[in-house]
Design a protein around this ligand. Structure first.
Ligand code: DC
Length: 229
């Protein structure tokens, strides 16, 4: 039987990490885990409970409520993608909003939140045959992953892609708002004290500014084949 790799994909916000991770998992018949969705689920929970807003963050309440948060993924038979569940409620359609994007980096900078989610991610990927995307997968979650990618694209391209993604559900949104959020999140995610976003030495850099999805997948698959020999 062919061996099953652990593939770690890290990179900046809206750079196409999840698109690549999903496509790779599909092609290889591996499990895809979007760790950003897990941080978004915690942010959604904290927003519902009033522990966080644009103006405040109550770290004590957040940390004390972490054992009440259960997150898992289930396959959606219609979209054939994995939906994220928070305490058995499907919140997939609620976590990609600009409101959650504006709060999630603050939640992701809390040490206790990261400890909980990293432990769960390590459990989910323990058997290999997994493609996991996030900010700390190659550095903290699976430092010994057989294959690591660091994905990037120019801020303009990332803004355009994210804008087109959000526009159908948030018609009032402007490109300026989207760009501001991306730049702020990149800054917070790369400068936080707890496992900041870094490109680890053994990660392969993919700049997909001038690649379409098929080209990006083809490139990544070449590296997969090398590791499988
Ligand atoms: O991948 P995303 O944009 O959905 O992630 C949402 C936020 O969660 C992002 O701003 C940083 C944080 N995050 C993280 O700190 N570590 C991860 N492994 C994944 C996401």
């Amino acid at each position: 039987m062919q061996k099953k790799l652990t593939i770690a994909i890290d990179g900046f916000s809206s750079c196409g990490k999840s698109t690549l991770a999903k496509a790779l998992a599909n092609k290889l018949d591996y499990v895809f885990i979007d760790t950003g969705a897990m941080y978004r689920a915690v942010a959604y929970y904290c927003l519902q409970k009033g522990f966080i807003s644009n103006q405040h963050l109550n770290k004590e309440e957040i940390v004390n409520s972490l054992n009440e948060i259960e997150i898992h993924f289930e396959k959606n038979d219609v979209t054939r993608k994995l939906d994220v569940f928070l305490n058995d409620l499907n919140i997939e359609s609620k976590i990609r909003t600009l409101e959650i994007s504006e709060l999630v980096s603050k939640i992701a900078s809390i040490k206790e939140v990261r400890q909980k989610l990293v432990a769960e991610q390590q459990k989910m990927g323990i058997k290999g045959g997994v493609v996991m995307d996030g900010r700390d997968i190659g550095s903290v979650v699976f430092p010994s992953a057989e294959l690591k990618f660091f994905v990037t694209a120019s801020p303009e391209i990332r803004t355009e892609r994210r804008f087109l993604e959000l526009k159908p559900t948030e018609p009032e949104i402007t490109k300026e708002e989207v760009k501001k959020n991306l730049v702020e999140r990149d800054h917070l995610d790369s400068t936080r004290a707890e496992s900041p976003l870094i490109q680890v030495d053994d990660a392969i850099l993919i700049d997909n500014s001038n690649l379409n999805q098929e080209e990006q997948l083809e490139l990544a698959l070449k590296y997969v084949q090398e590791r499988l020999i």
